[in-house]
Write a protein that binds this ligand. Structure first.
Ligand SMILES: [Zn+2]
Length: 274
């Protein structure tokens, strides 16, 4: 689980803050709950003790202390909780914290990604992308999960994060079609992306994340659903996603969505005419 507002995550039974669920990790304490169906939102807002019996055994009391220490740094936000396990594999909020940089080292990408107006699942995707933690073929090869690291979309180069976003011939053709030049070839330089003349300056990083998210998902359709690589499908996905992302923007900023849609619609029209 990636916890947003915590309302759809089971405090005791979902895997959200540790590698196992809290009912398993703190078994003694769990036997002292009066309501084991509480959400993370309820537990964090009402306090852990609100749903526990008044008297705890010594073991349960110690576990309660450990759990409170664990919860201390955790905070909720306004986004929906995300049940992972789909295309990004098993990620808990703890995994994301684990991919933070060592103390004292800051990344210009951190603020850009976590403060931008993209949906939470896309921020997660973007952070894993710039940290090279996505399940690209190259990363799967390192873990000996696949036999080779060749890109399934172009069959021409090794599928790294950089290849997938910038150097894959398929992706280069996508960028050309929408008349956007990303100007970088390294995902780690995401913060240096500058908008092309047809892309509004406002929220331009969100625009790039929208494109990369669509590319990543399309690649997934090619690899796992046997689809043929198609710029048309990629463009259509960008248009569909853009409509959904509007609610993440302030009302006065939503005009950028129309500009983005135009960027995808005109090449889509000319492809449909071919
Ligand atoms: Zn490729």
């Amino acid at each position: 689980m990636i916890v947003g507002d915590g309302s759809r995550t089971s405090f005791w039974h979902d895997c959200w803050i540790a590698s196992e669920c809290l009912a398993t990790k703190f078994q003694a304490l769990y036997t002292h709950t009066m309501d084991n169906q509480i959400s993370v939102k309820y537990a964090l807002q009402q306090g852990l003790t609100a749903s526990l019996v008044p008297r705890l055994s010594e073991t349960a009391r110690q576990e309660c202390q450990c759990l409170q220490d664990l919860l201390q740094d955790f905070s909720l936000n306004n986004e929906r909780d995300i049940r992972t396990g789909g295309i990004m594999g098993k990620f808990t909020t703890k995994n994301i914290y684990d991919t933070r940089l060592p103390p004292g080292i800051s990344s210009p990408n951190w603020n850009l990604i976590w403060k931008c107006r993209a949906p939470l699942k896309v921020k997660l995707f973007a952070w894993l992308l710039v940290r090279d933690r996505l399940s690209t073929k190259q990363n799967l090869l390192k873990k000996k999960i696949v036999q080779n690291g060749v890109c399934d979309v172009c069959q021409q180069g090794d599928e790294t994060a950089d290849h997938m976003c910038f150097t894959c011939p398929f992706v280069q053709s996508f960028w050309e079609r929408i008349r956007v030049n990303p100007t970088i070839q390294d995902v780690w330089l995401l913060h240096q992306l500058k908008p092309s003349p047809n892309v509004p300056e406002l929220h331009h990083h969100v625009f790039f994340l929208l494109c990369m998210w669509a590319i990543w998902n399309h690649r997934h359709d090619v690899v796992f659903r046997g689809q043929t690589p198609s710029i048309r499908c990629c463009l259509q996905r960008c248009i569909n996603e853009a409509a959904l992302w509007a609610e993440n923007l302030k009302i006065e900023d939503r005009h950028v969505i129309s500009a983005w849609k135009n960027i995808f619609t005109s090449p889509l029209r000319s492809l449909n005419l071919m």
